[in-house]
Ligand binder design. Structure first.
Ligand SMILES: [Zn+2]
Length: 67
């Protein structure tokens, strides 16, 4: 299973031990830091997942460019 180490709502870095809540969507695990982020995530799941993946994709490209 793929796990994202950032809260998709507020962007804070999390480990599973620190997360307030986690949810598995399409075999990928999303960690949330607090009840507010949990509520927002559940409300607009697809939007936040898309945004998080875009952020990860961008970071990957930055790393690639540095090499
Ligand atoms: Zn959060």
């Amino acid at each position: 299973m793929k796990r994202f180490h950032h809260d998709p709502v507020c962007g804070v870095r999390l480990t599973k031990g620190k997360a307030y809540y986690f949810e598995v969507v399409d075999d990928e695990e999303y960690l949330l830091c607090c009840p507010e982020c949990q509520t927002k995530f559940i409300d607009k799941k697809r939007f936040y997942i898309k945004e998080l993946k875009r952020k990860y994709e961008k970071n990957k490209n930055i790393t690639k460019n540095r090499i």
